[in-house]
Design a protein around this ligand. Structure first.
Ligand code: ACO
Length: 325
């Protein structure tokens, strides 16, 4: 059977780091309020010239170096973003060009904060059905460009960045399914009835303007905890594992309180959850691969570990993926 194996990871952050204190000089907020409600202490903000595409390209380069491959070995790029460089073409195609790739499919996936899980699920399906052999899957965002900097309830929560995975189709024996590395199970969901709880108030087909992010934070919080606990249980059941088997959870980094509440619901100690929201804030589709890359490079995630990735975002969309490192 074919298994999709994660052979390399990479990340990229903008050069400029903005602390809560620095933000509080421009926005009517305090370091204390942001820390207490969200766990965030700082975020990275893209400067002129730094774009979703440039961050994605840097993260993809780092991931290829980690995997020991080059663009000639790649035959698919999927990029998850809600902040593309342009309405079209897909930012994935500009990344392909910047990396020196030609001919193979490259496209964007839009599922906001769950975008990376959607991109991973799509790549996994394409690799297992033989449509591609080795993929770069990227989550990259410049949310700072769609924030309403006059709205203190949202602008303090987000940051910019990118993370990338190299995924390879690999043959494994049927009997090794539980122990072999790679993606074991993925579940994705959407419920469009909640599309007005978290959205951008613009678009090419409506206002003709890009628009700004709007969110009903409390309601998003409530749905996030319920939906994430449900999808995590679903993936574990599907894969035949229990919560106690998980070595690491790499969640979408929206808010430290959502991470705590989700871990509690699953009965997992918070020590097994990779937390980067304090350093990066919410980087939407970039947060899962950014957090994974950090935990792999600092030695927390080791080969053979069972790792759960999960995310929830606007739509609502949500999903989870269980893989062995
Ligand atoms: N600084 C200071 N005060 C603030 C700020 C701020 N930045 N923002 C809001 N306040 C004030 C409000 O005005 C309000 O004041 P009032 O009581 O005098 O009216 C008070 O703080 C409480 O505001 P709430 O919005 O009720 O605060 P809450 O405790 O719900 O926390 C938060 C807000 C952090 C957004 C929370 O609802 C949350 O984490 N929601 C989850 C949403 C999320 O993380 N979304 C990310 C995208 S979706 C995803 O990734 C899953």
């Amino acid at each position: 059977m074919i298994r999709t194996v994660l052979t390399g990871t990479g990340a990229a952050l903008p050069r400029r780091c903005v602390s809560n204190e620095e933000l509080a000089r421009e926005v009517d907020t305090t370091d204390e309020w942001i820390r207490e409600r969200t766990g965030i202490t700082q975020r990275y903000i893209a400067a002129e010239g730094e774009t979703t595409g440039s961050l994605a390209t840097d993260a993809a380069r780092a991931a290829m170096e980690d995997a020991g491959c080059s663009i000639e070995d790649i035959d698919l790029i999927i990029l998850a973003t809600a902040t593309p460089d342009r309405t079209f073409p897909a930012t994935a195609t500009t990344v392909q060009h910047a990396l020196g790739g030609k001919g193979f499919p490259a496209f964007d996936v839009a599922a906001v904060c769950s975008g990376f899980l959607y991109a991973l699920g799509t790549a996994d399906s394409m690799l297992r059905t033989g449509m591609a052999k080795r993929a770069i899957v990227i989550g990259s965002e410049t949310f700072s460009r769609i924030l309403d900097w006059e709205d203190r309830t949202t602008c303090v929560l987000f940051g910019d960045g990118a993370g990338a995975f190299i995924l390879e189709a690999t043959d494994i024996a049927e009997g090794d399914a539980a122990t072999a590395p790679g993606v074991i199970a993925t579940k994705l969901h959407a419920q469009g009835e909640h599309c007005d709880l978290l959205y951008v108030d613009g678009g090419p087909s409506t206002t003709g303007e890009v628009g700004k992010l709007r969110m009903k934070g409390r309601e998003v919080f409530r749905h996030a905890v319920v939906n994430l606990a449900q999808v995590l249980t679903e993936v574990l059941d599907d894969a035949g594992f229990a919560a106690g088997d998980i070595d690491w959870v790499v969640p979408h980094q929206a808010n430290a309180r959502i991470l705590d509440a989700t871990a509690r619901k699953l009965g997992l100690p918070i020590e097994r959850v990779v937390v980067t929201v304090d350093q990066h804030a919410n980087t939407s589709a970039a947060s899962v691969p950014l957090a994974y890359d950090l935990a792999k490079r600092d030695g927390r995630i080791k080969p053979g570990d069972l790792v759960m990735l999960e995310a929830m975002g606007g739509g609502f969309t949500w999903g989870a993926s269980l893989l062995r490192a």
